[in-house]
Each structure stands twice: as C-alpha cells, then as structure tokens.
Design a protein around this ligand. Structure first.
Ligand code: GDP
Ligand code: ZN
Length: 343
C-alpha cells in the first residue's frame, strides 16, 4: 500500500474521532424541547445571522429588536440542521447563552469536499465571490478560470479584483493589462484597486454595498490587506490568512462574518480560499465557461469533445476569435486535472 493511502486512512480515522467528539459536544450542549419550554428567561423568537460556528456553540448577530447588531453566544436546539457562517436563523436571547431554534432556507451555499470526498457546506448566503489577483505573485488565466468555474457551478456571482495596481506604472506588467481586457471581453466585472495606495477602494466599497461577499485568491495577492482597508476593525494581520493551509492538512479553520464600513458584509473563510473542482461534472465545468455557452449544443456531433474541427461549433468560435483560445486550453486543463485528481 502506498504511503499516501496510508496517511489518508490515518487522516480519515482522526477526522472520524474528531467528528464523533464534535457530535457528542453538540449533543451535550443541545437544548431539548423540555428545556426550551421551561426556560423562563429566554426572550421571544427573533432573526439573526451566524457569525461564527464553534461546533457546539455559535455566535449569532441579532438582526432585530433593541439588541440588533449585538453578537451573542448561543446553544442549539436539539436536532437543528447544521449551521455554517452566514446562515440566517431564528433564535431566542438569554444571558449568558441564547438558543438557536431554527434555520432559514439558504439562498446559496459554498460547498467543499471533506476528506471522504463528501460535499459539505462551509458558508451560506454568499452573493459575491471576489477573486483577487495581482501582478506579483503572477496572475495566471488558468487559476482565474478555476475560481470562475467554481463560482459559476455554485451559482454565485464572481467579480475579479486586480489588486496592487500601484505596481503597474509605466506599463511594468503588460501581460496583466491584457488579462484584464480579456476578462472584460468575456463579460466579467474587473475592479482595479490598491490596498497600498487606496486607489479604487471607494469603488470596491460601492460594489460590495448590500452584498455578502467572500474573498478568494492565491496567497500573497493582498486579500488580508484589502479586508483591513475595507474594515479597519477586522484586525487581521497581513499574512495571517495563509497560516495552516498546506494541501491535505486538516486544520481547524473558523469562518467569520463581519460588516464593512461601506455597508457590505464580508465572510472570511480560510477553508474556502481555494476551491476544489474534482467533484464537478463535465457539464458543470463547461458551463462554468460562460463564453462557451452560446456555442454549446451546436456541434455536428452531440457527444462532441470539442477536440477536433469536424463540425465543432466551439472550435469555429475560437478560430473566429469569438472565444479566446486560452479559455479552451484552460477548460481542457481542468478536465485533465480532474482525471488526475481522481486516480
Ligand atoms: P494575502 O495572502 O492574499 O492575504 O496577502 P497579504 O494581504 O498578506 O499581502 C501580501 C503582500 O502583498 C504583503 O507584503 C502586502 O504588504 C503586499 N500588498 C498587499 N496589497 C498591496 C498593494 O496594493 N500594493 C503593493 N505594492 N503591495 C501590496
Ligand atoms: Zn464541439
């Protein structure tokens, strides 16, 4: 048996022990129906938002009444659906702990496969995935496309944010300007900002107003710097986001929700900064390339792999420069990477 398989099994065993512990802790803390009925100090049912989930307890931000905006640590009613950061809930206030009694339907979920490959929601009710990139570390279209495909597959609107524009003076990085033009051509919004000089930050704040956003992007592109700029109270040290996210390690990463000074809501989730695409179907991958959509279903052969010219509508579109050749290349790379991930 290979080393890797053995370590996966070990990891699986450790995780299952951790899960059992977590479930026991939740069960121990859960509030039964009797407790709920007899709890004279519980306030009326009000709306709230899950700010952080600690497993057995959650922090809830009150969405109404005179305690609106206050964050209260809560226990959960027994048999409540599992909660993630961003969930809207109905809960009852009490000191020192309130009780969450119900979860509202989710308008979106960000899923991530656990160690067994089972998809689990990590955060809920995100409206916008802000994909941050920069000239240094280099931006690659295949990485951007992976984020875009993941966003499209989860039906959450992506926006591209080019940070560090202060570095682009005197056409220092011509490739990055080309990249921006290409993604604007496809139809994506591209915001250009600098966490250092403050350029474009007001526009970014305006863009995020009224939205719940999550920032993703490779390490070093300036996500924590931008978050600090958008919310001076976030108190996130630069570089902190990259701690403990080496591939394959099981880290306890806590997602957190907070308000931005410009009126938006941001969820910071270390666990979701990189998306896995392994679980996506071939159809989800190709539909994730929004510029391909007008050409799909028009190839001569129904099962066309878009590899040969013979009546392929997508290849014709590439030849006619209606679709960028790099996009088709990146599409194929994603399919190949999925195959190698599965073996
Ligand atoms: P993260 O890993 O994506 O969270 O990136 P960080 O916020 O930790 O930033 C990585 C590095 O890029 C730090 O050294 C920052 O000072 C630097 N940085 C962040 N934003 C900018 C920017 O707008 N311009 C320049 N020149 N550097 C920046
Ligand atoms: Zn085709």
């Amino acid at each position: 048996m290979s080393k890797r398989r053995l370590s996966d099994r070990q990891k699986g065993r450790i995780q299952s022990i951790q899960e059992q512990r977590r479930e026991r802790a939740i069960a121990k803390n859960a509030v039964s129906e009797d407790d709920l009925a007899n709890h004279s100090t519980l306030g009326p049912e009000i709306l709230g938002t899950v700010v952080t989930n600690f497993g057995a307890q959650v922090d809830i931000e009150a969405a109404e009444t005179d305690i609106k905006g206050r964050i209260v640590r809560c226990h959960m009613r027994a048999n409540l659906d599992s909660l993630v950061t961003g969930d809207q809930v109905i809960w009852r206030f009490a000191e020192p702990h309130g009780v969450v009694v119900a979860r509202q339907a989710r308008r979106s979920e960000l899923l991530r496969p656990d160690i067994y490959g089972k998809l689990r929601p990590v955060v809920a009710n995100v409206d916008l995935i802000a994909i941050v990139f920069s000239a240094k570390p280099d931006a690659f279209s295949n990485l951007l496309d992976r984020y875009l495909v993941a966003s499209e597959a989860q039906n959450i609107k992506p926006v591209l944010i080019l940070n560090k524009v202060d570095m682009l003076k005197n056409n220092a990085f011509p490739d990055i300007n080309k990249l921006v033009k290409e993604y604007e051509f496809i139809g994506y919004d591209v915001l250009q900002v600098s966490a250092t000089s403050g350029e474009g930050i007001t526009e970014l704040q305006d863009y995020l107003t009224g939205q719940t956003a999550i920032f993703v992007g490779q390490s070093g592109v300036g996500k924590s710097s931008l978050i600090n700029h958008l919310q001076p109270d976030a108190n996130m040290s630069v570089g902190e986001l990259s701690i403990g996210k080496e591939k394959g390690t099981h880290t306890t990463t806590v997602s957190r929700l907070f308000h931005l000074s410009g009126g938006g809501v941001l969820i910071d989730s270390p666990g979701i900064r990189e998306f896995a695409l392994t679980h996506l179907t071939k159809e989800q991958v190709i539909n994730g390339f929004i510029d391909f959509r007008p050409y799909l279903g028009h190839c001569k052969f129904r099962d066309c792999n878009h590899n040969k010219d013979l009546g392929c509508s997508l290849l014709t579109a590439v030849a006619e420069k209606k679709v960028l050749a790099t996009r088709l290349h990146n599409y194929r790379q994603i399919l190949l990477s999925q195959e190698s991930d599965r073996t």
